[in-house]
Design a protein around this ligand. Sequence first.
Ligand code: GDP
Ligand code: MG
Length: 158
Amino acid sequence: EGINTVIVGRPNVGKSTLMNRLSGFERSIVTDIAGTTRDVVEESVRLGDLTLRLSDTAGLRDTPDRIEQLGVEIAYRRLEEAELILAVFDSTAPLLPQDRELISRIGKRRAVAICNKSDAGSSLTPDELSAHFAYVIPISAKTGEGMEQLSSALHALF
Ligand code: GDP
Ligand code: MG
């Protein structure tokens, strides 16, 4: 049980770091090597009075690697099935085509935009995301900064 929640975004934005931050231990592999999370890693997490059934997914990008491409397809399928979407973006970089593709796939679904790596910079202007998402939350999955705001936004959605 729990809310079927998917963590999605392009490679290296910090999806697995967020997964680990939310689950309170090292569950998902964190690395600078894009394409590391290929399978879906799942964990049930209590957040206040919500239970989230989290799925950490492969980074969304075009790739010639067949196995990685399969992971990307699975990630998009999980996105379709999810009740709640945690869309992760990188605060230190402008939006890329893969980010825009994700935004368009999310459409009007129940989702929160998470601007991760807030500790490292802010090249991402929140306005670009506020046009599409009711909640745009800067966080640092690395330091834990912004996690209360994220929790509040999720409680407001459910
Ligand atoms: P994923 O590919 O989206 O799962 O990204 P990872 O969680 O594997 O992280 C990719 C890289 O970004 C790693 O080197 C992480 O240490 C780093 N990273 C993740 N979250 C943060 C953050 O909040 N701040 C900073 N500065 N680095 C982060
Ligand atoms: Mg990962």
